[in-house]
Design a protein around this ligand. Structure first.
Ligand code: 1GP
Length: 250
């Protein structure tokens, strides 16, 4: 059941300890702009490009963004959908995810039921992931109707993650919310890492090398940055993060 993109991620985590993935929000970029960000990120050593956002983006635009990215780089493109409309036939893979702390069944299993046949039809590789919104949670928390796990309740985040693992999810994502003032604290990352065996993705508010190293040391297997890619010196910042997080996991 493990497809080639998932295998690639697992192998890269094994060799590098912690890897970096660049998130592009299609709503915030032109198709050409997305390709430029992807190119810069690829040169800096990012492992893959995730495409998705919490709010609305037209499917035509999403298709154009992915096509442009794919024509300029060779890295895997992985959809990070907020809804069924976040699926594009042009992507290589999709985080096939459930928002574990949503109070709305649509985000737990409804969207997934509607989306699964499309994923199959388009031949996109599904990578099963449990998504847990923590801290301030940002737009994702509001849109997904999540009861965000407070940063001072690391054991609760770990319980969510373990439940996801026991349900068969092969990755867990601790989401602090895009643009979060404070990234997911190391205590929470450590508590999750201590309890679960599947790879841990951490994102939301990571803007510096120091913040990325803190998350990596605490046990993050994948660090996702989104907003950072829009800054003027993004290429350098991403390169610095990637160099700094390599093999620091404890
Ligand atoms: C959001 O975790 C990601 O889903 C990335 O967050 O945009 O704050 O880097 P930032």
């Amino acid at each position: 059941m493990v497809g080639p993109i998932e295998r690639y991620l697992l192998d890269k985590i094994k060799s590098d300890g912690t890897i970096h993935i660049t998130l592009i929000d299609p709503e915030k970029v032109t198709a050409q702009g997305a390709a430029t960000i992807a190119e810069h990120s690829a040169k800096s050593g990012t492992a893959a490009i995730m495409i998705g956002g919490s709010t609305f983006s037209s499917q035509n635009h999403l298709d154009a963004v992915i096509k442009n990215i794919k024509s300029s780089i060779n890295l895997p493109t992985i959809l990070f959908p907020n809804n069924v409309t976040g699926i594009s036939s042009h992507a290589d893979a999709i985080w096939f995810m459930s928002l574990l702390n949503s109070v709305d069944p649509y985000f737990l299993m409804g969207a997934q039921i509607l989306g699964a046949p499309l994923v199959k039809k388009f031949g996109i590789e599904p990578i099963s992931m449990g998504y847990v919104i923590v801290g301030e949670g940002g737009t994702a928390g509001i849109v997904g109707k999540a009861i965000a796990v407070p940063y001072n309740k690391p054991e609760l985040a770990a319980a969510h993650a373990l439940a996801g693992q026991y349900l068969g999810m092969r990755f867990i994502y601790l989401e602090g919310g895009s643009g979060a003032a404070t990234p997911v604290p190391p205590e929470m990352i450590g508590a999750v890492k201590h309890l679960v065996d599947v790879p841990l993705i951490v994102g939301g508010g990571i803007r510096s090398k120091e913040a990325a190293v803190t998350a990596a040391k605490a046990g993050a297997d994948i660090i996702v940055t989104g907003n950072l890619t829009e800054s003027a010196d993004a290429k350098q910042k991403i390169a610095d993060i990637i160099n700094a997080i390599k093999n620091v996991k404890q």
